[in-house]
Design a protein around this ligand. Structure first.
Ligand code: DQA
Length: 142
């Protein structure tokens, strides 16, 4: 009973990257809190990050092949551009929960379209690191 937590480009820079927008937590900080939360929920998480679009596609297909309970996906900048990730979400049976630290709708207009959100089950955005925790709660209840 595993939830994949997939992160796209520049999410490895969390903590250093525009902290006024993304906060001071590193991806490792978020991962260790999610691990504790997952343990309390009685589920496992498999957390990954890549700067490469194809890795996200491969991992979505892998989540489906192993019968993951859900995917929590912060596709980062690929959110706004990737037809390949949109198609991969549509191709799999596993529910995908889109997450963002920031609220893209409050930001530049190029962030207002989400190709991920147009294929995902639902979206949680704007709560900083808490967006991931809310998504994990949702995944546990699916
Ligand atoms: C982000 C929002 C995206 O627009 C941006 O490209 C990111 C991070 C977020 O978590 O707020 O890299 O996905």
């Amino acid at each position: 009973d595993t939830v994949f937590v997939l992160n796209g480009p520049n999410i490895n820079m969390l903590g250093l990257r525009e902290p006024d927008i993304y906060g001071h937590d590193t991806l490792d900080d978020i991962a260790s809190r999610l691990e504790d939360q997952a343990q309390a929920l009685g589920i496992a998480i498999d957390m990954r990050q890549s700067n490469h679009e194809g890795h996200i596609v491969d991992w979505l297909q892998e989540a489906n092949a192993v019968g993951a309970r859900a995917v929590i996906l912060n596709a980062a900048a690929f959110t706004h551009t990737s037809v390949a990730i949109h198609d991969a979400i549509k191709a799999i049976a596993v529910p995908v929960i889109e997450v963002h630290l920031s609220n893209p709708h409050k930001r530049e207009s190029f962030r207002h379209v989400s190709l991920v959100g147009q294929a995902a089950k639902g979206t949680i955005a704007g709560f900083g690191a808490l967006s991931y925790a809310l998504a994990l709660d949702a995944a546990a209840k699916l």
